[in-house]
Each structure stands twice: as C-alpha cells, then as structure tokens.
Design a protein. Structure first.
Length: 601
C-alpha cells in the first residue's frame, strides 16, 4: 500500500509539473497571487521636469524585485508616492511587471510647497505600495535628499554636475550630425588610420613628419601658394537647401540634428558680433548665415526635430590661442606649410583674450540667439563653460525649455560621446555614440567609394544595438562644398528610415533593460507597457532566448514592423528556464535588417 501511495504521489507531482510547463510557467514557478518583495534604491531629486508642465520635478529611483520566486504583476497595482514637508506629489509612479531579481527605473513628479524656494536642499520619503490582488498589502520606503525644485545653477563644476540629460533627449535616440565647412572644398582625406578625417585637412598639411599624404596632395593639386583660407572661394553652397536637409533627417527617422557651426579651422557658419571675429560665412564667401537658415526652417517646418549645434572650443591657428596651447592645438598665426611664411588668419579681430572675447561670445550667440537645444562641444581645453552653462541653463528653465550639453565642453556634461565606437553592454550614465557614414571621416571625402558608406542595414543594426544599451546614435553626414549630399548617403539614410519608422514604438521613448542589453544576436528595449525583443539576424523557424525576459504564460506576443506587423507568434517557457519564440518562415520573410517582437504586459 505504501508503494502504491508513493507512486501515486510521484505521478501526480509529475503531471503537475508537466501542466505547469505546458502553461509556459517552467520549473519551478510561483503563486501569481503572491505580491513578492520590493526594494527602493538610488532615489534622487533630478534636474529634470515633466515636459509640458510647470516645472514638475522628477524624482527617479530604482525598484528591485528582491523576491526569489514571486513576480510583481499588473494585478499588484504598484503605486509609488512621496511624503514630505517640502514637496507635494503631482504624479505618482508605477510598474506593471517585475520578475524576480529584475530592476527598473521609476519616476514620480513633485512640486515644491509654497514656502520652499526652488533649489532648497530638502528630503522626502518615497513610498511604494503593492499587493492589492491577494489582499496581502505590502509597502516599502526610502529617503531621498537633494535640491527640491529646479533652482539656479552657479558657475561651478559641482553645481553643473547636478544637471542631467532631459527625457526628451533620452527619448529621441537617433540624430543626424552635419560636418560642413571650408574642408568640404578639398574634401580629401587619405584612407588610412590617423590621417583619415577629411575635416582635419588643414592640420594634416602641417604634418609632413606624419608621412601625410594630405601635404603632398595639396601641393600637387593646388600648389604651394594656395593657402587653406583660399578655399573660401570654392565653398560656394550653391545647392544648399535647408528644407532638403531637414526632409532627409525626417525621412531617415532621426529625431534631432547637430550641424557644425565652427570646426577647428575657426571658420564659422553663423553670425555673431563683428567685434569678436569676422571669420565666418556671413562675412566671406557665400555671405550667408547657414545655421540660422537651417535652425529657423526646422523650428517652423519641422518642429518635432530637436535642434543642436556643434562648436569647437579651440581653433588650430587663431593667433590668440597660443597662450592656451595643448596637444595639436598650438595656436597661430598660421604659416604656409611649404614656405614657412606667416599668412593671414582671415577675419581675425585682435581682441584681448581668445576664451573670454571670442569663444564665450560665440557660444552665447548659439545659446540665446539661435536657441540651441543641444550644446555639442568638441575638444575641451581652455574655456569659460561654467559661466556659459550656468547662465544658459537658468535662462532656458525660465522659458520652460530643457536643454543638454555633452562631455566635451570642459565639464562632465550630461552624457558621454564615444567616437567611432560603442559600449559592450548597458551603461547607466547616458551616452551617445557618434561616427560618420564614411568609415573614416566626418567631413565629405571624395576618395571614399560608395560601397564603403554605412548601408541601411548597418545603420539599423547600430541604432538597435546602441539604444538597447542606454545610448543615442548621432550619425554624421558630410555634405559637399556646394551643400549637396551624395546620392549614396541619401539612399542609405532613407532605407534605414523606412525600417526605423515602421518599428518606431520599439526605438523612440524606450528605455534600456537594466538586466542586460541582450546576449548573442538578441537586444531588448522596454516601455511601461511592453517589452521588445530584437533579433539581429534573420530568424529560423524558432528563436531560443536564454536571457530571463519578463514573459508570463498568456502574454500576447506580436510582430512589430514588416508586412506581418501585429501577427501573433507563440512563445513558451521551457523547463530549463529558456524561452522559445516560434517565428515561422512567413514572419522571417516579412521583414529585414532586425526582427522585432512585442510582449504586452
């Protein structure tokens, strides 16, 4: 009798396990009515406010499911609030799902009480309540201390380090860079490492010990008496049309753009006081303010595109930069690389100091007159960035505008900018990978063959990979000297844009998954309501997922993009904890570049 009972228990338990596996639960599973255990960490008063509100400040935190078996689900009705003598809760936070061991960023919105000045250091208690489905209500709390309200910045590194990239920048994901200037006239860079950036043409002329080809190329093509500033006559901009550039940005699926306003050669494409400098396209050559034309047209005709400006802090050969010499930026005046003769620095105005009388006023013009939303600095070096940024951030806040600046202004900045490289996995600090469509150059290089430019496939792959790791992708286009853009770049950008727009929900306004960007050819993005699986190569009949994704049996899993968008695809959890997504040949054939699937919570 004992044997029979024992055998019956074993059979019954095995049938239970099989039933659980068939339901997609795996082994072992939890009681979905149990509310689990949560913990709050890294609660922070941020510099951000909820876009479109009267400065409703965002408190950000990480919520972790510390339970080993129980999930947080929609039915638990997580509600995150704030209790404080200093701030009032305006917008509570929530999470719809969190599997055991997983973490997610949660935001709540607060406003200072009437007796608390913006920027006052204060504290609050963050309170999370959940578990209503089971009747087993639970809560946890954490203390947050910091500046309550969006106060004034002062001109110190410490004050400015409080600032972080606004959520609109974190949502935008993909932007287009434009390197266009006098260097677009010779449009030459020898295709090999260290000498490849075409926009460094002038500097490479002065580097014969570098075994530079640019030095020899210029001598043979233009002659030793043709100085770099003589390219002003070649920089015609006869085909420059701001609307065609903006239409291309939009068609590419990008959400922001950053034109070069002044590169290291010091020749600017925007207007500022003539008492500062006359070295610009407003005073020489085309006599046009290209940055105004581009940004004004965008503001009127493409208001959804965020507007940035690139600005080089130093200038290679400005006579006043000599006192700040460092690295390859030694200052001037310039010399003819073949004769050694001192030559004119066209448009130079002999003011007192480069930083205070040229660099700072030019950056102030971009900040206020051109209302840039992204100050994209380059090189760093000598600067007055603490003065500029503190005043600009305060001014922008007064207008209800959230702006951003990168890590090359001589400050920590809002985000990092790796160049021609990416990160191997997720990085919590916001970052933006930048590179040219050209494999070696930002400026247009006529030496580059068409088949070397990034293809639509490569652009899409880069966007998905970078976004899954908490990055943005700033992809550079190098226009020709007349303002036209090579057909190959246009075609490849439009091709990528077709995919990006069809899969927009899985790219824009998503967040990275804190667990992993994905292993192998899988990448992930998340929103409050859904989890997205990106497959970087054409799938076979099935896709095996070994990462602990937040899938529960009964979830709707559907195709995103392609000709079968919205089609349901089966997913099961296996007994070893992996997942199988049954794709089928029809779904595999219905898309290209990256195959995306949505799990709806």
């Amino acid at each position: 009798m004992f044997f029979v009972v024992k055998l019956g228990l074993i059979v019954g338990f095995w049938q239970y396990l099989c039933a659980q596996t068939a339901l997609g639960y795996g082994i072992p599973r939890k009681d979905l009515d149990s509310p689990g255990t949560l913990a709050i960490s890294n609660a922070t008063f941020t510099s951000k406010w909820i876009e479109g509100t009267d400065l409703v400040q965002i408190i950000e935190m990480i919520i972790e499911n510390t339970d080993s078996t129980n999930w947080l689900t929609t039915s638990d009705k997580l509600n995150v609030t704030v209790v404080s003598d200093s701030v009032n809760l305006v917008q509570p936070g929530t999470l719809l799902r969190l599997r055991p061991g997983d973490r997610a960023i949660v935001q709540v919105g607060v406003k200072n009480k009437s007796n608390v000045s913006p920027g006052t250091t204060c504290s609050a208690t963050v309170v999370a309540n959940w578990g209503s489905a089971s009747g087993n209500l639970r809560n946890t709390t954490a203390t947050v201390t910091g500046p309550c309200g969006i106060g004034n910045y002062v001109s110190t590194d410490g004050s400015l380090e409080f600032h972080s990239s606004p959520d609109w920048f974190n949502d935008a994901k993909y932007g287009i860079f434009f390197h266009w200037g006098l260097y677009s006239a010779p449009a030459y860079g020898y295709i090999q490492p260290n000498e490849s950036y075409a926009e460094w043409y002038w500097k490479r002329q002065h580097d014969p010990t570098y075994e530079t080809h640019t030095y020899q190329y210029h001598l043979e093509t233009y002659g030793e008496s043709f100085n770099y500033d003589d390219f002003v006559s070649n920089f015609t901009a006869s085909k420059f049309d701001p609307r065609s550039w903006l239409e291309l940005i939009d068609a590419a699926g990008a959400q922001y753009f950053v034109p070069v306003t002044k590169h290291h050669d010091g020749f600017a494409l925007f207007n500022f006081s003539a008492s500062v400098s006359k070295r610009s396209s407003v005073h020489y050559g085309p006599k046009r303010d290209f940055i105004k034309e581009l940004l004004s047209t965008a503001k009127t005709d493409y208001p959804h595109l965020r507007r940035g400006t690139y600005f080089s802090l130093p200038e290679w050969y400005n006579p006043l930069y000599t006192k700040y010499a460092q690295g390859e930026f030694l200052g001037g005046p310039p010399t003819n690389p073949y004769t050694g003769e001192t030559i004119e620095y066209t448009g130079f105005v002999n003011v007192s100091d480069f930083v205070t009388d040229i660099q700072l006023p030019q950056m102030e013009a971009l900040a206020y007159d051109y209302e840039t939303e992204i100050m994209w600095c380059d090189i760093g070096g000598a600067n007055n960035s603490t003065i500029l940024m503190s005043a600009w951030l305060n001014w922008a806040r007064g207008q209800g505008r959230q702006v951003a600046f990168n890590n090359r202004c001589g400050l920590k900045g809002d985000y990092d900018t790796p160049e021609y490289q990416t990160n191997a996995n997720t990085v919590a600090r916001k970052w933006e990978s930048t590179r040219g469509m050209d494999p070696f150059s930002f400026g247009y290089n006529y030496m580059t063959p068409d088949d070397q430019y990034l293809t639509g496939y490569e652009i899409v792959q880069a966007v998905v990979d970078i976004v899954s790791k908490n990055g943005n992708f700033l992809l550079d286009v190098g226009p020709r000297n007349d303002g036209s853009i090579a057909d190959i770049m246009v075609a490849n950008l439009r091709d990528a844009g077709t995919w990006i727009k069809a899969h927009a929900e899985s790219i824009y306004s998503t967040r990275y998954w804190l667990t992993t960007a994905g292993t192998g050819n899988l990448r992930y993005t998340t929103t409050a309501e859904a989890f997205y699986i990106h497959v970087l190569s054409q799938p076979n009949a099935t896709v095996t997922i070994s990462d602990p994704i937040p899938y529960l049996a009964g979830d709707s899993v559907t195709v995103v993009g392609g000709s079968l968008a919205g089609k349901a695809v089966p997913m099961t959890e296996n007994s070893d904890g992996t997942y199988t997504l049954t794709v089928g040949s029809d779904v595999a054939a219905a898309d290209k570049y990256v195959w995306t699937f949505r799990i709806v919570y």
